[in-house]
Design a binder for this molecule. Structure first.
Ligand code: IVH
Length: 674
């Protein structure tokens, strides 16, 4: 294809992809399937790889991430990013209105109007656009200065890489000058659950807000892209595009391509504000994301500056926070669950109670230290709370109402499933069942993990089927699954011939999953899906992985000494060796598949670093081009670095390279080498 044709197609693809992006994320009205969307994006990336000079920073291809940021530079906000004063009391909201009204009257204004919005439970960020192009994104930090995390923010589909002009139109339109947009990055509940599912138990995030904060700080933007976050805009500043009221500014933000809070409503006074707060106190549970209150802002923006701010928060806005959702119920009993790694988790059996939009009858008590801390006994009245609004937990005991007959919760001395004496390793809070090989609960847990969505995704292997398979001795580990016959399956309870065949088909299909998924599916302690991907990348086969020493393992990105030790321990177990043999025999992917074919080998053997600003390439894309030509990208200059590509205003890295005598080339030379 010639360049002019490619340029045309690239431009068409970009418009099309961004349109579908918006239909999906902003309007929730997708017109094409995920598969079709991926095809469009793949085509764009392929064309951009062929013609790297056509890559632009606002291309949707830039959303997939890939660059590694070692340290986030600090940026000073143009205007401090203030926080809001919070209250849990409607009375204080009313006081706020009275205060505002008095100040507005003193300024000679009439009766003020307010905008009520939902308070999204996420992380505040600021975005800077220059001539319509996203140039910088940062965290709030301490309000005065934050971290520059542009590469991570680019991956969020609902953050426009280029603004629409308020008049409409894509890409061709330019909003001139500088525009700052502030808002909240958050994680939808479904995206949050999906993320947690693929993490090792001990690394799960407590709520979507923590997950968002943790993700924004990641150094690997490709991982950020995979985690899927969302953005809602609530603040706009910049000449040429400032409307006189907050409500109109929200409209402007929308026409620039942002998502704004769908619930925003004009309120004429305290009555309407109270109505809004009341209306959303229950309705908010139906939203796909978490909200923890309502934000009230004076609609007339001209008055904002005149009312001013205290050291921390503006006088023209306030946040009303909903009280944590609590309910009182009775602890009827405690059962002990045995996890796939042998961990014993006490689970509270509660008298079923309505809480935050659902009925709760069970909740985790985490571990025995927690039981001691709470001082809870069976029969007690307890308060339960939805913290982070996801998983209910017991927060306190209502001692005043303790009945005469209560029973202490004892640590069981034996595993409730296999009867083995429990152990508590030094320094750990949990008790474990040490019967790793024989305990049916652990076998069952390991097999369910093997079949789970982010592992080999074998949907027809549900909990009851796996329990039956383990109980009747047909299956002890994942390797045995592939020896099951139609007759064996059809002979089980509630299993028709057709379902049995479905299970066999699903198992057959699972052999086509990737090697990285298989590594995750093995269930090595501390190895989540992301670590498994790193491992798969660094080590081409299970056989090789078994030979790797702790030191060699610890050199893999993401893997520290604890994980390295855990991997070594895992492969040293005889039952693991037996399982691996069965899996290999069955034809599971025990090694990396066809690696991406190299474009050419012009960078083979080179350890390359880019420094300074490139004029015709986006850094990440340039790095990818080096990798596709056999080179490695390094993050700091050392004696092992073989090539430095120096762009504009290259600084200390260039100096160091010259000192060490490393070869330095400019962008022109780089292009010739490609
Ligand atoms: S306005 C100067 N609007 O709540 C006022 N903030 O407790 C700027 N937040 O730092 C904030 N939803 O992270 C505003 N609709 C909304 C919000 C919102 C969530 C967060 C934001 C802010 C914090 C203050």
């Amino acid at each position: 294809m010639d360049k002019a044709k490619a340029k045309q197609e690239i431009s068409k693809l970009r418009t099309e992809i961004e349109r579908h992006n918006r239909l999906y994320y902003l309007e929730a009205k997708p017109e094409i399937s995920d598969f079709e969307f991926d095809k469009l994006l793949e085509r764009l990336i392929a064309l951009e790889q062929e013609f790297p000079e056509l890559v632009t920073p606002d291309s949707p291809s830039q959303r997939v991430g890939g660059g590694i940021t070692k340290e986030f530079p600090t940026v000073v906000h143009r205007e401090p990013m203030l926080s809001l004063s919070n209250t849990y009391s409607i009375g204080e909201v009313s006081d706020f209105c009275a205060r505002v009204e008095k100040l507005v009257a003193a300024e000679g204004g009439g009766t003020p109007e307010y905008v009520a919005e939902l308070k999204y439970d996420g992380v505040a960020i600021s975005l800077l656009y220059r001539d319509g192009l996203l140039v910088r994104g940062s965290t709030r930090g301490d309000g005065r200065q934050g971290d520059e995390i542009t590469a991570n923010l680019r991956t969020i589909p609902s953050i426009p890489l280029r603004l629409d002009s308020p008049g409409g139109g894509l890409f061709d339109a330019v909003v001139s000058g500088e525009v700052e947009v502030r808002g909240e990055v958050y994680m939808r509940k479904d995206d949050f659950e999906r993320l947690n599912e693929e993490r090792p138990e001990e690394e799960r995030f407590a709520n979507p807000r923590n997950a968002t904060a943790g993700t924004l700080k990641l150094q690997d933007s490709a991982e950020v892209a995979r985690r899927r976050m969302s953005f809602v805009a609530y603040y706009l500043k910049g000449h040429d595009c400032e409307a006189p009221t907050h409500l109109k500014r929200l409209e402007q933000l929308k026409s620039m391509g942002f998502m704004t809070g769908a619930a925003a409503r004009l309120c004429k006074g305290m009555d309407e504000i109270a109505e809004f707060i009341g209306e959303w106190s229950e309705k908010r549970w139906t939203l796909p994301y978490e909200t923890d209150g309502v934000v009230l802002k004076l609609n007339e923006v001209g008055l904002w500056d005149r009312l001013g701010a205290t050291a921390k928060s503006p006088r023209w806005a306030i946040a009303y926070k909903y009280p944590a959702q609590q309910a009182k119920t009775v602890l009827q009993g405690v059962v002990f669950q045995v996890g796939r790694l042998g961990t014993i988790t006490p689970v509270a059996e509660l008298k079923p109670t309505k809480l935050a939009g659902s009925t709760v009858s069970r909740s985790t008590l985490h571990n025995f230290d927690e039981i001691e801390r709470l001082g809870v006994r069976v029969g007690d009245h307890v308060m339960i709370e939805k913290s982070g609004e996801v998983i209910p937990k017991v927060v306190s005991v209502v001692l005043d109402e303790r009945p005469a007959e209560t029973a202490a919760i004892e640590v069981p001395s034996e595993c409730p499933v296999c009867g083995t004496k429990l152990e508590r390793p030094e320094g750990e809070v949990s008790w474990y069942c040490p019967n790793e090989e024989g305990c049916p609960a652990q076998k069952r847990g390991r097999i369910l993990h093997f079949a789970s969505r982010n592992a080999l995704d074998i949907q027809s292997l549900g909990e009851s089927l796996v329990s039956q398979l383990v109980e009747c001795g047909l299956v002890s580990d994942a390797g045995d699954l592939y020896r099951l016959t139609l007759e064996q399956l059809a002979g089980l309870d509630r299993m028709a011939a057709k379902s049995a065949q479905n299970v066999l088909d699903a198992l057959e299909k699972s052999k086509k999953q990737s090697y990285a998924r298989l590594l995750f599916a093995l269930g090595i302690r501390h190895v989540g899906a992301a670590t498994a991907r790193e491992l798969a990348h660094a080590c081409p086969s299970v056989d090789r992985l078994r030979e790797m020493g702790e030191e060699e393992l610890a050199a893999v990105p993401d893997i520290g000494p604890v994980i390295a030790e855990s991997i070594r321990d895992f492969f040293a177990k005889p039952w693991v060796a037996a399982m691996l043999e069965k899996l290999a025999k069955a034809g599971l992917p025990m090694q990396a598949g066809e690696e991406k074919a190299l474009v050419n080998t012009n960078f083979e053997g080179e350890s390359v670093i880019f420094t300074g600003g490139l004029e015709r390439h986006v850094r990440q894309q340039a790095e990818e081009m080096v990798r596709e030509r056999g080179g490695r990208i390094v993050s700091s200059v050392s004696k092992k670095t073989t090539l430095v590509v120096a762009g504009k205003e290259a600084g200390s890295k260039l100096e160091k390279a010259i000192k060490l005598g490393v070869k330095v080339i400019d962008e022109d030379e780089f292009e010739r080498m490609l």
